[in-house]
Design a binder for this molecule. Structure first.
Ligand code: ADP
Ligand code: ADP
Length: 228
């Protein structure tokens, strides 16, 4: 399996209060698959995605990506892993406001080991003609297209999307999901996405439903498996 999560646990402590956010989560995705995570707000979806992406660390359990157990990496190795192997797309686009569209992509391409062409990815997301614009001159949907190009330019092994359409209106959201579907197919990128969109869940190879830090249902293509 390309991505394998086993017995993943995570708690946050603030003051006297400890909250168990992930209570032994297991999941897996083969190379080139599209996985969807859904579940109510506060159920631990982002925490799970962030640990897989090396933004956060689990307390217990194992996360293996492309044969590497990332729980065993040092902080600097984890940073390299995140930079070289992971593309992240968030609900809010997090573009650098003082850089143009082209420059936002370029700064990522420069630190990547085997980047794709800047014009190629901008063309793929339909934003080549806006290369010299600044983020504030773009609509939300256009900014999200640029953030997709920025994630894709490093040719990531794994593309992680945290509610990529959460801030967009219905028809723009549909366009963005179609774009991600094209990227999944054209580049063969393995994608794990938090979304409540029913159309993308219907296309996914695997759908994981999370509730209170546990996976309560797994759907593999069309077969629903109950929780263990
Ligand atoms: P988050 O985990 O980021 O807080 P929410 O769970 O609040 O996200 O859901 C984000 C959006 O998706 C909201 O607009 C919510 O109404 C909608 N939503 C939540 N659950 C479902 C569902 N099962 N089917 C369709 N839409 C949903
Ligand atoms: P979801 O993405 O399903 O909405 P999250 O993973 O964002 O859920 O959050 C799950 C729980 O963990 C929430 O109760 C949230 O408040 C808590 N949490 C998330 N990140 C932190 C953090 N850095 N410090 C403390 N609590 C956190």
């Amino acid at each position: 399996m390309f991505l394998q999560v086993e017995g993943l646990r995570k708690s946050y402590t603030s003051g006297e209060v400890t909250t168990e956010v992930l209570k032994g989560v297991g999941m897996e995705l083969a190379h080139g698959e599209l996985g969807v995570i859904l579940g109510p707000s506060g159920s631990g979806k982002s925490t799970l995605l962030n640990i897989i992406g090396g933004i956060d660390r689990g307390d217990e359990g194992k996360v293996t990506v492309g044969g590497v157990d990332i729980s065993g990496l040092s902080d600097s190795q984890l940073t390299d892993y995140r930079r070289e192997r992971i593309g992240f797309i968030f609900q809010f686009y997090n573009l650098i406001p003082t850089l143009t569209v082209g420059e936002n992509i370029e700064v990522v391409a420069q630190i990547s080991q085997s980047p794709l062409g800047i014009d190629q990815v901008l063309k793929a997301v339909g934003m080549l003609d806006k290369k010299r614009r600044f983020p504030k001159e773009l609509s939300g949907g256009e900014q999200q297209r640029v953030s997709i190009a920025r994630a894709v330019v490093k040719n990531p092994a794994l593309l992680l999307c945290d509610e990529p359409t959460g801030a967009l209106d219905y028809s723009t959201a549909r366009d963005i999901l179609q774009l991600l579907e094209h990227i999944h197919k054209d580049y063969g990128t393995t994608i794990l996405m938090i979304t409540h969109n029913a159309a993308i869940s219907a296309m996914a190879n695997k759908v994981y439903r999370v509730r209170s830090g546990e996976i309560v249902e797994t759907r593999i293509n069309d077969t629903v498996l109950p929780a263990e």
